[in-house]
Design a binder for this molecule. Structure first.
Ligand SMILES: [Zn+2]
Length: 210
């Protein structure tokens, strides 16, 4: 299956129209990137849109290839292990990390213990809150599937913007904009699961990351 993953080209799919809400959430994420202060203002919107399109385009394509848009089943189809951490060890990685991906072997870990705390804080009254609440585990899995696809295709959206951090004459070290990957992963989850907005909206209630 992995060999068939050839679809992670930055802007292959036709550009979607993004709501003002999604766009401002994406820009907010970008602003939290350490490289943001070095990003020319004129490129902010363009890069946010590029990342949003990459995530949504990949969701479209992978759900067609695998004929599945259910995150846990999709993970199984792509041979990704999904582990649920129910231990009470909250410390590793910090409370705000709800899930993670590691590639050897491809494994998604969902920190169910932390999700439980997160669920208690999510607003249950409004419709959007309820949708996110009932899908939290799947949202985390979908988000991490995007990181798997990046890894498998070596097509990293974060490389769309790089800035030198050390510049010697013979070589230079560049850093990439990690938050571009995060925007794309949220956009992937939104599109795959047909969510009302980028899932990072729930972090307004509970500051943290995926
Ligand atoms: Zn992520």
């Amino acid at each position: 299956m992995e060999n068939k993953l050839t679809f992670n080209k930055y802007q292959k799919s036709k550009p979607a129209v993004w709501s003002a809400e999604d766009m401002s959430l994406a820009i907010e994420l970008l602003q939290s990137d350490p490289l943001y202060p070095r990003l020319p203002e004129t490129r902010v919107y363009e890069l946010a849109e590029l990342a949003l399109n990459a995530g949504a385009g990949n969701a479209d394509e992978i759900s067609k290839i695998c004929d599945c848009s259910e995150p846990l089943r999709l993970a199984r189809t792509l041979n990704i292990r999904v582990l649920f951490d129910i231990s009470l060890n909250y410390k590793a990685g910090g409370l705000s990390i709800l899930s993670s991906y590691s590639h050897k072997p491809p494994t998604i870990t969902v920190f169910e213990n932390r999700l439980r705390l997160f669920r208690e804080k999510l607003p249950k009254k409004d419709k959007t809150g309820r949708i996110f609440l009932s899908n939290l585990t799947n949202i985390c899995v979908a988000h991490e599937i995007y990181h798997h696809i990046e890894r498998q295709t070596f097509c990293f959206i974060n490389l769309a913007y790089k800035a030198p951090v050390v510049d010697f004459k013979l070589f230079r070290i560049e850093k990439s904009m990690t938050m571009l990957s995060e925007i794309a992963a949220h956009s992937f989850a939104k599109k795959l699961m047909d969510l009302p907005s980028l899932p990072c909206i729930i972090q307004e209630e509970y500051r943290g990351g995926f």
